[in-house]
Write a protein that binds this ligand. Structure first.
Ligand code: C2E
Ligand code: MG
Ligand code: MG
Length: 707
């Protein structure tokens, strides 16, 4: 049965007194004052009632004729209490010091001297009840808090432990703390902790202090809160988990998950710091920008898991050459800086900082070492690869004053390294010097060449892979310089591309090729479709469509006899406009092919988006078809996929019968290469056409052909 709210709210007082008159006097008074009262004639009954009723207040008369006296009852009650504390008053005859001392020692809340002043008694009981309640609340709170709580003096010595039994549950410190809470907490020997305590006492503001415990994998956070003038509460929390997740978050933000190297973010920060320190100490440093040659090819053709594994292995090898002890340069700007040496910027790009270098020779030595460290073949999932790097080097301070500039210049030096044959390194300063000189006179020469008609077009036949019949020709630009002799397109096209001169050159090529198509279409051998190379700059020039169709109509040829060869890089820029431009050309009848396929970044599935007719497998894959299993696998994969996508495939640079046999076996449609013919001058190409026409009209050769 539940008690009525009236009685439930009234505090219960147990009065133990062997004097029945005195007892009922107190009872009557207290009941009138709003308490419930039970009485006991001796200590024994008092204890029984206490156990049964759990009163809020106990009044114990010390003097009992026999059995337990008030002190003993108080002692027993306190010992039995687990959580809640009742307020216990000891009633004494006298106010002698000894009794008072004893009462408090045994845990009495207060004592009352006879004769009892009844009106005051009610107030004292109420006051004691209030205090007791607050104390109980506080104790409950401390019990509930999972932190360890100590009272620590100004010297950092632990004076008392306040925490409840649950506090150590979240800490791995249980063993230590149960042995001695005082010993485990070492703040008296820790200057940082003592400073915090001092500040907490001086300012009155809580001070937070993080620390770990020697020999234990535990991170703690202690809050020191001033308690009085000379002591603080030390609230100790186990923050190991929080620290661990903070570390995880940090790693995610600043480290590359794949290689576990610092990422671009961390690298940029470290670079800026390195610049500051180099400035302060008047030191030099170098940035090595490393890019793996043709990594994309491996990734695209053999899958990302192999690509990823390769990058991990490359990272490990690069780490080998950046270990401080192993190096000829000092790599750490300063110990306190924790400056990084090696980072992965993304994709197949890595970067290294070499600090405190005395000469460029040192940097060159390390760059060579990086190349040689990467030279032995890598083995991933049963495949063997040779991966060569191209390294661009920028030096601080001469090649850039800030991180961005340094990185950009190292990057552009890296491109130069690639351009000059891959698997080597280039200093930014050197490349820029030679490049600008070289470019200056080449630029002037090209302008002159256009005016003086030093250019000529050669034509390389394309034949059907099975029948060996002529199916078309590629127009290839030749420059016959009056002094330097013949200059190959690889030497001047990139400069023409960079300077924009490729646009007028390209216009000339288009007009010239179209005129030639017209000439041949009236020859006995019949029309020869011609493909023309269009560079990225030219493709993105506004005039392209008019240039192409204008050249065709001026020469009075069918645009269907014209094919444009573009590179993968064209397709990767400005997708929407590229698509529109290609579709317009296609609608006008012009054929489109992707040149040097496999060297760029696009995949076959990517090509599906564009109105492409043909892809040309790059010569570099065809070259080692017989010897390099990977190249063979790549060619076979390109051919298989192209067939599925309905694309025509031309293999470039076919030089041997073995290559031809392989390409035929895998269904390659057309062949271009020295095995069939080198690029020919107009004169020689025309002569060849005459021969073909003659053979076709000569019944004897026809017999031979069918035989
Ligand atoms: P490309 O368009 O891939 O042309 C094929 C290149 O491979 C030509 O080099 C050709 O001579 C060479 N080649 C063909 N078969 C074989 C072979 O069996 N073995 C070997 N070793 N090489 C073979 P070329 O004429 O030096 O042209 C180089 C590049 O210059 C061309 O590569 C093309 O990208 C560019 N180019 C040539 N003419 C023009 C042009 O008129 N305009 C533009 N924008 N670029 C051009
Ligand atoms: Mg081409
Ligand atoms: Mg090509």
């Amino acid at each position: 049965m539940s008690q009525s709210s009236d009685t439930a709210e009234k505090p219960l007082v147990l009065v133990a007194d062997d004097d029945p008159d005195h007892c009922s006097l107190i009872q009557d008074f207290l009941e009138e004052s709003g308490f419930r009262v039970v009485t006991a004639p001796d200590g024994k009954v008092a204890l029984e009632l206490y156990s049964k009723l759990q009163p809020d207040v106990v009044l114990l008369d010390v003097e009992t004729p026999e059995g337990l006296d008030g002190f003993s009852v108080c002692d027993i009650i306190r010992a039995r209490e687990t959580v809640r504390e009742s307020s216990i008053f000891i009633i004494t005859e006298s106010e002698d010091d000894e009794s008072v001392e004893r009462a408090y020692t045994l845990g009495a809340t207060d004592f009352i001297v006879k004769p009892i002043a009844l009106p005051v008694l009610a107030h004292r009981i109420r006051y004691a009840l209030r205090t007791c309640r607050s104390l109980n609340d506080l104790r409950g709170l401390i019990r509930a808090v999972p932190d360890l709580i100590f009272i620590v003096n100004a010297e950092g010595e632990v004076e008392e432990g306040l925490s409840g039994p649950d506090a150590t549950h979240t800490l791995q410190l249980k063993a230590l703390t149960t042995a001695s809470q005082v010993n485990f907490y070492p703040c008296e020997n820790d200057d940082r902790a003592r400073d915090c305590i001092k500040r907490a006492l001086e300012t009155g503001k809580p001070q937070v202090y993080e620390h770990s415990l020697e020999g234990l994998d535990i991170e703690l956070e202690t809050r020191f809160v001033a308690r009085d003038k000379n002591s603080v509460l030390a609230i100790v929390r186990d923050i190991t988990e929080r620290k661990n997740s903070e570390e995880k978050i940090y790693n995610l933000a600043y480290y590359d998950e794949l290689t576990e190297l610092p990422n671009r973010q961390l690298f940029s920060q470290s670079l800026e710091r390195t610049i500051q320190i180099a400035q302060r100490d008047d030191e030099k440093f170098a940035i090595l920008f490393i890019d793996l040659d043709r990594f994309k090819r491996i990734n695209d053709t053999l899958g990302h898991s192999i690509g990823d594994e390769l990058l991990r292995q490359v990272a490990r090898r690069l780490e080998q050459c950046t270990r401080s002890g192993d190096s000829v340069a000092r790599l750490d700007p300063t110990d306190e800086d924790g400056g990084i040496k090696l980072a992965r910027l993304g994709g197949d790009e890595f970067v290294i900082i070499l600090y405190g270098i005395d000469s460029e020779d040192v940097v060159a030595t390390i760059a060579s070492r990086i190349i040689s460290v990467l030279t032995p073949p890598f083995s991933c999932e049963g495949h063997q690869f040779v991966v060569t790097p191209s390294i661009g080097i920028a030096l601080y301070p001469q090649d850039g004053q800030n991180g961005e500039q340094l990185l950009m210049n190292a990057d552009s030096a890296m491109y130069r390294a690639k351009f000059s044959g891959r698997n080597n390194y280039k200093f930014y300063s050197e490349t820029m010097r030679t490049k600008s000189l070289h470019r200056l006179d080449l630029e002037n020469e090209i302008r002159k060449a256009i005016d003086d008609e030093q250019f000529e077009l050669y034509y390389q036949p394309k034949v059907d892979a099975e029948t060996w019949e002529l199916v078309g020709a590629e127009a290839l630009l030749r420059w016959f310089h009056p002094v330097r002799g013949e200059i190959g397109p690889a030497d001047f096209i990139p400069v023409a591309e960079e300077t924009g001169l490729i646009v007028p050159i390209g216009q000339w090529v288009l007009r010239e090729a179209c005129k030639q198509v017209k000439v041949w279409s009236t020859s006995p051998a019949g029309a020869v479709p011609v493909s023309v190379n269009i560079s990225p700059h030219q493709f993105h020039a506004d005039s392209l469509y008019e240039d192409v169709l204008g050249a065709a109509s001026d020469a009075d040829i069918d645009p269907r006899l014209l094919e444009l060869e573009i590179t993968e890089s064209v397709l990767l820029q400005d997708l929407d406009n590229t698509l529109i431009a290609l579709q317009r050309l296609k609608d006008a009848g012009v054929s489109l092919s992707v040149d040097d396929f496999g060297t760029g970044y696009s995949s076959l599935s990517y090509l599906k988006r564009f109105p492409i007719d043909t892809i040309k497998i790059d010569r570099s894959f065809v070259k080692d078809l017989d010897t390099d299993l990977d190249d063979a696998a790549i060619c076979a994969a390109i051919l298989a996929m192209s067939q599925q996508l309905g694309l025509n495939v031309v293999a470039e640079g076919v030089e041997t019968e073995e290559q031809l046999a392989f390409l035929r076996r895998h269904g390659c449609n057309q062949i271009q290469g020295f095995l069939c013919s080198k690029p020919l001058s107009v004169e020689n190409f025309s002569a060849m056409l005459v021969k073909i026409a003659d053979a076709a009209s000569d019944p004897r050769t026809e017999d031979q052909a069918t035989a």
